[in-house]
Ligand binder design. Structure first.
Ligand code: IMP
Length: 199
C-alpha cells in the first residue's frame, strides 16, 4: 500500500516510517511533486487536518493522511490550541512562543494543559479521524534542551521530567502525536477488508 503523509517535516516522516513497517510505502509531499504551501486556514485542529488531506487527495488522487497539533491550556480557555505555532505572532521562533506562554502563565496556580493531535486519513474514498492527547502541566521556567516547540515548559502527567528532558523514544511512547500515530497504524494494520486498497 502506498500512503502519502501530507507534511514537509522530514523529522515527522522519519519518525512514522520507523513505525509503519514494510507493508506500507510512505511518501512525502515532495515525493509526489507537491511543493505548494497548503495554508492552514481553519480554526480547529480537525478542520486543518481535513483541509490538508482533502487538498492532497483531490489534487493528486492518492491515499493520504495529515496531522495537526495544538497546546491547550486550561487557564487560558484552551489557547493557544490551533494557533500554537503562531502564539507570539507570525514568523516567530519556538523560543518566542515559550516566553509568551511563560508570561501569560506567570502567577497562575492552575497550570493544567494538554497537547492534542488530530490525524485525518483519506483512504479509498473514506475519511477517518484519530486523536492523541497527552495531559500535563506548564512549568514555571524552561527545563531541558531536547525536542522542539513547547517541550521545555511541558511536563507530562506522572513524570518528573519535561518533554525536553526526555529521549525521542521516551517522548514518542507517551506523546499526543505518538498516541495518534499508534491509533492510525493499528487501524491500517487491522484485518478489515473494507479498507484494503487491494494492491
Ligand atoms: P504542528 O501542527 O505539528 O505543526 O504543531 C503546531 C505547533 O504546536 C508547533 O509549531 C509547536 O509549537 C507545537 N507543538 C506541536 N507538537 C509539539 C510537541 O510535541 N512538543 C512541543 N510543541 C509542539
Amino acid at each position: 500500500m502506498k500512503l502519502v503523509f501530507a507534511t514537509n517535516n522530514k523529522d515527522k516522516v522519519k519518525e512514522i516510517k520507523a513505525l509503519l513497517g514494510d507493508n506500507i510505502e510512505l511518501l512525502s509531499l515532495k515525493d509526489i511533486g507537491c511543493t505548494e504551501d497548503i495554508e492552514e486556514t481553519e480554526n480547529t485542529l480537525e478542520g486543518n487536518a481535513k483541509l490538508k488531506v482533502d487538498y492532497v487527495t483531490r489534487k493528486y488522487g492518492v491515499n493520504c493522511f495529515a496531522d495537526d497539533t495544538g497546546l491547550e491550556v486550561d487557564a487560558l480557555d484552551g489557547s493557544p490550541g490551533v494557533y500554537s505555532a503562531r502564539y507570539a505572532g507570525e514568523n516567530v521562533t519556538y523560543e518566542d512562543n515559550v516566553q509568551k506562554m511563560l508570561g501569560e502563565m506567570r502567577g497562575r496556580t492552575n497550570r493544567k494543559a494538554q497537547f492534542r493531535t488530530v490525524i485525518a486519513l483519506n483512504l479509498n474514498k473514506e475519511q477517518y479521524l484519530f486523536e492523541g492527547i497527552c495531559a500535563g502541566e506548564i512549568l514555571e521556567s524552561t527545563k531541558g534542551s531536547s525536542g522542539f516547540g513547547y517541550d521545555p515548559i511541558f511536563k507530562p502527567k506522572g513524570f518528573n521530567e519535561s518533554f525536553a528532558e526526555m529521549s525521542l523514544a521516551q517522548k514518542g511512547k507517551i506523546s499526543h502525536r505518538g498516541l495518534a500515530m499508534k491509533k492510525l497504524i493499528d487501524f491500517l494494520y487491522s484485518p478489515d477488508d473494507s479498507k484494503s486498497p487491494g494492491e
